[in-house]
Design a protein around this ligand. Structure first.
Ligand SMILES: *Cc1c(COP(=O)(O)O)cnc(C)c1O
Length: 366
């Protein structure tokens, strides 16, 4: 792979940049995209940054039939002095590879792809919006491209990165949401693909999500698939609870996706000496803590929203109101601190942010 050179073809027709506050999440894309291909004999090759454009696939391309695909989601932020920062992007590349391993997709060279990402963002730096809370959403993904209906791993793949400027997740500040505890459907089971960022997990969650939304809830709380006892995630976010001063998040069990936000918040809490544990937690325990008046906070965590406070949980006929439907102090402090680190407003003692360098057309040697 080190003999490859990144080819850069710039667009002749740059698009008009939209008012990011008027666009729907993930519906507008920048001028360029990254693309490279994999074949068994060449490995990953033909890395290039090209004008954003449709791709042509044969109807028999395996991605359409058996769902062999993985993706990532991260953001680039603009600081007050117009630097562009990425937040722990090496973690996303590592997770992409672990998702790929589960889906029998070949591994990428994480460092090399990070370099390509840096180059792409550098070319698109004017697309990173300025307004508070806005960012450039980054979507790396891999699809199986062999033309065959045979049920086995593809022998060819395409890796792409596309970029989408996004508005503040909470234009009016963070507001707690109502969540429906899902008893019928299952997102993922141990031994399945829950810990991988792969398409099928998300489409399989749509019916529960739509049913909850019809009833007036914004998302579902997922319980474990086997016993419907243990709490796993909320929508497509990790979940945290504060009970009697202690922060608890479900331990990674093979069906929970390991969020980079989750990991970072645990590190922040540890640095503040706020007690935080990763362990199994049942919905019954939440009900009991609520009845004793010890359930202080609940919130979801993920790249898109950073923190999404839960104001009410509905489990069967029981309504569990949390913190009078207000955002809790821990959620608020975590949100403020993490977003300030991400946007360079406070110092980054953990070394989480990476500045996007100026474009450099030579490739690093490995
Ligand atoms: C992406 C994702 C998360 C959050 O991960 P982050 O790295 O924090 O964005 C949590 N749960 C699921 C199911 C996810 O897909």
């Amino acid at each position: 792979m080190s003999s490859n050179k990144l080819q850069i073809i710039k667009t002749m027709q740059p698009k008009e940049k939209p008012d990011v506050n008027q666009v729907k999440f993930g519906s507008v894309f920048t001028d360029h995209m990254f693309k490279m291909n994999y074949t068994i004999d060449k490995g990953w090759h033909d890395a290039k940054i090209i004008p954003y454009q449709p791709i042509t696939l044969d109807p028999a391309a395996m991605i359409f039939h058996y769902g062999q695909t993985v993706f990532e989601g991260l953001k680039a932020y603009r600081t007050n002095d117009d630097q562009i920062l990425l937040f722990r992007p090496e973690q996303n590349m590592r997770r992409l590879n672990s998702s790929s391993e589960r889906l029998s997709i070949p591994q990428i060279d994480e460092e090399e792809v990070l370099y390509y990402l840096q180059q792409l963002i550098s070319i698109e730096k004017d697309w990173v919006p300025k307004d508070p809370g806005t960012s450039l959403y980054i979507r790396p993904f891999i699809i199986a491209t062999e033309n065959s209906l045979n049920v086995n791993p593809s022998c060819s793949y395409t890796f792409m990165i596309i970029l989408s400027p996004v508005a503040a997740y909470y234009p009016e500040g963070i507001n707690p949401v109502r969540i429906y505890v899902e008893e019928q459907f299952t997102r993922a089971v141990k031994g399945g693909t829950g810990m991988a960022k792969t398409a099928g997990n998300y489409s399989a969650a749509y019916n529960a999500q739509s049913a909850a939304s019809t009833l007036g809830y914004s998302q579902v709380l997922w319980l474990d698939g086997l016993e419907k006892k243990y709490i796993e995630e909320v929508g497509s976010m990790n979940v945290f609870f504060k009970i009697n001063g202690e922060i608890i998040t479900p331990e990674l069990n093979g069906s929970i996706l390991e969020g980079i936000t989750r990991k970072s918040l645990i590190q922040l809490l540890n640095s503040w000496n706020v007690p935080v544990v990763e362990r199994k937690i049942t919905i019954q325990e939440i009900v009991e803590a609520y009845e004793k008046g010890l359930l202080e906070e609940a919130f979801g965590t993920g790249t898109a929203a950073v923190i999404s406070p839960i104001g009410e949980l509905i489990w069967n006929d029981l309504s569990i109101k949390i913190n009078q439907g207000e955002t809790g102090e821990t959620a608020k402090r975590l949100y403020d601190t993490l977003t300030k680190i991400q946007t360079g407003k406070i110092s980054d003692p953990f070394g989480w942010t990476q500045q996007v360098r100026e474009l450099d057309e030579t490739i690093p040697s490995h």
